[in-house]
Design a protein around this ligand. Structure first.
Ligand code: IPM
Ligand code: MG
Length: 379
């Protein structure tokens, strides 16, 4: 029996966020009972829910709660069709999610992509391309690159028109890709350490044939690799990487990417694993006093088209809980309990719509709630 109380800020957000969060909390409570752990879960609004409740995508009280917590369990934010007139800096994606990532220095985003054999049908690739199963860890740098580089603005300028050559008043949008050596070093260390616990291979993604950032990225990663002689390093241009992922995904173990490349390739990789609804993620900061503050969220979005209909797959949110137990709380056993419960329920044939195969006689289509109940019961 442990006397530690783990304080968790639960920010469900928008769209399917609240309904998948409900199932994740259910599972967290079940695992607490099973392993005699005390979780103090405090819910707070974020995203459009924050704007509705307190006029801000990240209300001050929510940010304070995060500061007082040991980890953040995050749902998803952003509803593209809501209020297009709100200034872009105040929209939830930037004002809440990117702000929290930056505020807490969550530079390391881990996205484990795993296609269980039982879901082979949900993978868009032919079975012969799936090998013995797809198992990739995307390590994405999360607080640098094009997302945060300055200048970042849209300005009104006078410039020659590309068609008629005449001077015109025109808008110009500027995003800037910036990485420093230490920023690349620290994410490279995360990738190599993760590879040591897996199949000992890192594929580093860049665009070194065109971008200055790519050249520096490749140099720094090559140097950091010298400290990990047990891990094989390979470099790949991002366009080739995107192609290799669909041609032969089984060649990859750890994929190390800068921010935007990682955003794109992790969605592509997630599709290989059957559904974005299966992909959890951990966003970690620097380790202090043996503990790592982190934010844990599904890699998918708010899915407004299915929100509130009991259709969403809660597994990405539930596996995010497992990552939280593992990385922020060091509770390997409890995390394993969740992972096994998810695997067991998949083996029993329970399927939300995104992973349902009508041709499979053993498959039983269930809703968000039934999936959460079954996983909690398996715990
Ligand atoms: C992700 C999402 C976010 C990102 C959006 C919602 C800002 O796509 O976590 O991958 O681009 O990082
Ligand atoms: Mg994304």
């Amino acid at each position: 029996m442990s006397s530690t109380t783990y304080r968790i800020a639960a920010l469900a957000g928008d769209g399917i966020g609240p309904e998948v969060m409900r199932e994740a909390i259910k599972v967290l409570q079940a695992v607490g009972t099973r392993h005699h752990l005390t979780f103090q879960i405090t819910e707070a609004p974020v995203g459009w829910a924050g704007i509705d409740a307190a006029g801000q995508a990240l209300p001050d009280a929510t940010l304070d709660l995060c500061r007082r917590s040991d980890a953040i369990l995050f749902g998803s934010v952003g509803l593209p069709d809501r209020d297009p007139t709100i200034p872009k800096e105040q929209r939830p994606e930037r004002a809440a999610l990117l702000r929290i990532r930056k505020e807490f220095g969550l530079f390391a985003n881990l996205r484990p992509v795993h296609l269980p054999k039982a879901l082979s049908h949900a993978c868009p690739l032919k079975p012969d391309r799936q090998g013995d199963g797809i198992d990739i860890l995307v390590v994405r740098e999360l607080t640098g690159g094009l997302y945060f580089g300055q200048p970042k603005k849209t300005e009104l300028i006078t410039a020659p028109d590309p068609v008629d050559g005449n001077l015109h008043a025109t808008h110009r949008a500027i995003d800037t890709m910036v990485y420093t050596t230490p920023e690349i070093e620290r994410i490279a260390h995360v990738a190599f350490r993760a590879a040591q616990l897996r199949r000992r291979k890192v594929t580093s993604i860049d665009k070194a044939n065109v971008l200055e950032n790519g050249v520096l990225w490749r140099e720094v990663v090559t140097r950091i690799a010298l400290g990990y002689p047990d891990v094989a390093l390979e470099h790949m241009f991002v366009d080739n990487g995107a192609m290799q992922l669909v041609l032969r995904p089984t060649q990859f173990d750890v994929l190390l990417c800068e921010n935007l490349f990682g955003d794109i390739l992790s969605d592509e990789a997630a599709a290989l694993a059957g559904s974005l609804g299966m992909l959890p993620s951990a966003s970690l900061g620097a380790t202090k006093d043996q503990t790592t503050f982190g934010l844990y969220e599904p890699a998918g979005g708010t899915a407004p088209d299915i929100a509130g209909k009991n259709l969403a797959n809660p597994i990405a949110q539930i596996l995010s809980v497992s990552l939280m137990l593992r990385y922020s709380f060091g509770l390997q056993e409890a995390a394993g309990t969740i992972d096994r419960a998810v695997a067991a329920v998949i083996d029993q044939g329970l399927r939300t719509g995104d992973i349902f195969n009508p041709a499979d006689p053993a498959a039983r289509r269930v809703g968000t709630r039934e999936m959460g109940d079954a996983i909690a019961a398996a715990i």
